[in-house]
Design a binder for this molecule. Structure first.
Ligand SMILES: Cc1cc2nc3c(=O)[nH]c(=O)nc-3n(C[C@H](O)[C@H](O)[C@H](O)COP(=O)(O)O)c2cc1C
Length: 458
């Protein structure tokens, strides 16, 4: 960064923290090929599983009740959210080879739910996470196109490859693909789906399936469902750079978000696409209160409820790959070595394989240095993993405006810590402050999800 660029960046309203991360000009603060729009789009992510949403408060909804989905989507639409997301889980999660009792409910089928939600809403996008490993491309493309048609062009597909073996045991094909093969397979899968949506005649012979057919449904108002990609590895990023409209990243911290934007921009340019044609929406959690002090107290309360002693031990067991139930959650991190070969995972993102040894050593040192117990450590790590925005309404609004002006992200995919009421304060207090700062839409830009994400027509 040259000092001459500082005044220009300061003029664009960036905070000192954001300006310090900028390396370019006011037009291109992060990468010379990427011009920020300065606008944010929000998505609401109904996770169903994971400890990020608290299900044991009296005000918590039911994980599978229609009322939970309907009331959350209505609030999101009131807040002009671009999208409503559902994850996918095709079998109860496993933890150390048995069903994970802390993920008490499974996830209902996303396409069925979104079809019902299409009738209960007018503008919000409806995004289904669906994996490419166990579906068949034409069948899935056809069902997603149906959702796109009946919702008036509001459908999205969050493309995942599924990173666990137990899901595969649930399918006739069985097994599961290794990491590199999963993305090769995904690429061929999406190509066939795209041909279907273009109404072309399809003749595909691949390693996993053969298809002879042709598109049999008309194009929707937005042409085809918007393609989201959730996978953060280099192979996942390359795949996204070639195919996705939106990347759903796990990088919520400002610095990590800036690095991710650079990495994606380079890959998108290398793939011969305009960087503006790929939006980045990190997953995030937002905890708000009227004042900083109240917000701090609320964060502690939320964390205590999200990560209790059992969750803390389970988190460590993912990385240690062994039974740690004999350790005191109030005591220091386990002084035993991880079982590297057993370092399986309850949740995909934690998979560490051979790195477990290095990671557990670093964690032990970090917790000892900070004087943290297992419980305190797990609470801090869970928060950090979520890309959390906490503070007063004004502080968080200002921080998000920074992200928007810097062009680090194009929005957030927000997982509410409480359902159904967890978006209320975001919609009532944060959204108006973002609108005042000119970084969030006052109204839906159009009728389709593509338009509301600021994507060019196909
Ligand atoms: C933000 C995010 C959300 C995801 N949601 C799901 C999901 O709902 N269901 C699922 O099976 N996998 C999900 N995945 C995991 C994907 O299956 C993905 O293939 C996995 O992260 C491995 O890809 P990677 O190594 O490129 O990160 C998600 C991943 C990310 C990063």
């Amino acid at each position: 960064m040259t000092t001459a660029q500082f005044p220009t960046l300061a003029d664009s309203g960036l905070s000192a923290e954001a300006a310090a991360l900028a390396t370019g000009t006011a037009e291109h603060p992060i990468h010379s090929d990427h011009t920020p729009t300065g606008q944010l789009a929000f998505g609401a992510f109904f996770q169903g599983v994971n400890s990020s949403t608290i299900w044991r408060l009296p005000s918590s909804g039911d994980q599978v009740a229609w009322e939970s989905f309907e009331s959350l989507v209505r609030t999101a639409e009131r807040g002009k959210f671009a999208a409503f997301f559902l994850g996918e889980g095709l079998r109860l999660r496993e933890h150390r080879k048995v069903p994970f009792e802390l993920d008490v409910a499974g996830r209902p089928d996303a396409q069925t739910l979104l079809a019902a939600l299409a009738a209960a809403t007018d503008r919000i996008g409806l995004v289904a996470t669906q994996n490419t490993t166990y579906n068949d491309p034409v069948d899935l493309a056809r069902r997603l196109q149906t959702l796109d048609l009946l919702s008036g062009g509001r459908a999205g597909w969050n493309i995942v490859t599924t990173d666990n073996a137990w899901t595969g045991e649930n399918f006739r094909r069985g097994g599961y693909l290794d990491h590199a093969d999963r993305y090769l397979h995904a690429e061929a899968f999406v190509e066939v789906a795209e041909q279907y949506w273009r109404g072309e005649s399809i003749s595909h012979d691949g390693a996993h399936y053969s298809v002879r057919t042709q598109g049999d449904l008309p194009a929707s108002a937005q042409g085809r469902p918007v393609l989201f990609q959730a996978g953060a590895s280099p192979a996942g990023q390359d795949f996204a750079a070639r195919t996705a409209d939106v990347i759903f990243s796990p990088h919520g911290g400002l610095e990590a978000a800036v690095d991710f934007r650079r990495s994606i921009t380079e890959r998108v340019v290398a793939a011969g696409r305009d960087p503006g044609s790929v939006k980045i929406l990190p997953g995030a959690e937002i905890i708000l209160a009227p004042t900083e002090a109240e917000a701090e107290e609320k964060v502690r309360w939320v964390r205590d409820l999200q990560v209790g002693p059992e969750q803390a031990i389970a988190l460590l067991e993912q990385y240690w790959g062994r039974d740690l139930s004999g350790f005191d959650p109030e005591g220091p991190l386990p002084d035993v070595a991880p079982e590297v070969s057993e370092s399986g995972v309850t949740r995909g993102a934690g998979f560490q394989f051979a790195k477990a040894e290095e990671l557990t050593r670093t964690w032990r040192e970090e917790a000892a240095q900070k004087g943290q117990s297992i419980l305190e450590f797990a609470r801090e790590k869970s928060g950090a993993r979520r890309g959390t925005f906490t503070g007063s309404y004004d502080t968080v609004a200002e921080r998000l405006a920074d992200f928007a002006r810097l062009g680090a992200i194009d929005g957030l995919n927000i997982t509410p810590w409480l359902i159904p009421s967890g978006l209320d304060d975001i919609v009532d207090h944060l959204v108006p402050r973002l609108q005042e700062r000119g970084v969030y839409p006052a109204e839906y830009a159009g009728a389709t999800l593509r338009e509301n994400l600021g994507l060019d027509p196909l």
